[in-house]
Design a protein around this ligand. Structure first.
Ligand code: FES
Ligand SMILES: [Fe+2]
Length: 444
């Protein structure tokens, strides 16, 4: 029977999501059609809470950090009352970006480089050259609406700043649901209970749709095939070391991808409402001096029982859909910024655990560099796979993408579901959320 997709006249805007997503399969247009991408910018990114950055990136009054939410350039900055604000990076006069892309200090107030309008760091208008020229005109400079526009909603969860372009919707804790525990554990692992961004940012522009990256975060079945060159090299390197050599950290985190499918099958995957989820941890840090010094610092601060409780929460990638993926045990957040239907920017931030030895931070950086940075031995394998998917989907070789593995076997849990490690449940769970966002109002 023909579907609306078979009708060339169908436009993305009136296409019902069930025409594109059928529970256990999805139409290729969700990855390749620029009209669908534009609709996602409005309906997914225009509604969800999106990760902006961490409070530690703007420690002092006037400090700013720019990023992009959906297609909107925004700036996160610290106001003189200590509060962190998120504003559209757009001057109300003629539209210039108020601050240049990147991060830095604006001083006590923001001053637009074009005609010198100035604003407080909460966006409110402070002064305008030739103010008298606006008297008795249609522009009321006393109207707070004429400052730099704020995002509709901004909220912080343990220092992680999120914003939403929608005035209405669930609170941030309700939105995060079951994955709030990953952000908790991210911070609880710090002896002082707080984290801070350190070590700059690494950026990768991927030649693929943003959803392909998200899907891979919990795709355990790809590891042994896609990463064969790196896990095999790591195993060979270790085999060449003298017998009894403790396995170096770099090898632990690379050769793990060579585990057989039975290993991944036993891991638990959790999927929560909103498309979020996490995968049980796959690495056990080696019992080397770096790990032992860290555990000692955590125990000194929290006591042995609480430290043990914190460290037992061992998770691999967490998905906070649709904007970021924290890795709690090696302190990094990957931020996903869709640029076009086939271009995605991923920014990788590494964090320092306050109160932990510096070697713990160096280890987190090592994890980022070895596994996820642009120069990693592992990430290029994934990038090649993502690009092949993007290019293959652009062909006439088929219309549907399979999400069928272990469909119908998900176990329900409060606010979501769980499955074994080789299930495609996380992909189905993300598309459930996607379809809810994409449905025309009243049809979710
Ligand atoms: S564009 Fe900003 S002051 Fe004119
Ligand atoms: Fe991978």
């Amino acid at each position: 029977m023909p579907t609306p997709l078979d009708t060339p006249a169908a436009t993305a805007a009136d296409m019902p999501p069930h025409a594109l997503w059928r529970g256990d399969r999805v139409h290729k247009r969700v990855y390749t059609d620029p009209a669908i991408f534009e609709l996602e910018m409005d309906r997914v990114f225009g509604q969800a809470w999106l990760y902006v950055g961490h409070e530690s990136q703007v420690p002092r009054t006037g400090d700013y950090f720019t990023t992009r939410l959906g297609r909107e350039p925004v700036v996160m900055l610290r106001h003189s009352d200590g509060e962190v604000h998120v504003l559209y990076n757009r001057c109300p006069h003629k539209g210039a970006k108020i601050v240049p892309d990147g991060s830095g200090s604006a001083g006590k107030f923001l001053r637009c480089l074009y005609h010198g309008w100035t604003f407080k760091c909460d966006g409110s208008l402070l002064s305008v050259p030739l103010r008298s020229g606006y008297e008795d005109t249609s522009l009321d400079l006393k109207d707070p609406q004429n400052g730099v526009r704020r995002l509709a909603r901004v909220a912080t969860y343990r220092g992680f700043v999120f914003a939403s372009m929608a005035a209405e919707g669930p609170s941030l804790p309700d939105f995060l649901g079951g994955v709030a525990t990953s952000l908790d554990n991210f911070c609880d692992r710090a002896p002082e209970g707080e984290v801070e961004v350190a070590g700059g940012v690494q950026r990768v522009i991927q030649r693929n749709n943003w959803k392909i990256f998200f899907e891979n975060l919990h795709d355990t079945v790809h590891a042994v095939a896609t990463h064969e060159s790196s896990w095999r090299a790591a195993k060979e390197e270790y085999a060449s070391m003298p017998e009894g050599t403790p396995k170096p950290f770099e090898i632990v985190i690379v050769d793990g991808n060579g585990e057989p499918l039975e290993f991944w099958e036993k891991l638990e995957l959790k999927g929560y409402d909103g498309g979020h989820g996490y995968m049980e941890g796959i690495f056990t840090p080696p019992q080397d001096p770096v790990s032992l010094a860290y555990v000692a610092a955590l125990e000194a601060s929290q006591g042995a029982t609480r430290a043990d409780e914190i460290l037992r929460v061992n998770r691999h990638n967490t998905i906070v859909y649709p904007s970021c993926s924290p890795h709690t045990s090696f302190q990094q957040i990957r931020v996903i910024r869709p640029l076009a239907v086939d271009r995605t920017l991923v920014e990788i931030f590494t964090f320092r655990l306050k109160g932990a030895p510096d070697s713990t931070f160096q280890r987190a950086l090592k994890y980022t560099n070895v596994v996820n940075s642009p120069s990693s031995n592992v990430m290029p394998d994934d990038l090649e796979a993502y690009n092949r998917v993007q290019e293959g989907l652009g062909s006439d070789g088929g219309d549907w993408v399979s999400l069928q593995r272990a469909a119908g076997r998900d176990q329900s849990l409060p606010g979501g579901c769980s499955s074994n490690g080789n299930s495609e449940m996380p992909m189905r769970n993300m598309f459930r959320a996607w379809a809810g966002y994409m449905a025309p109002k009243g049809q979710a």
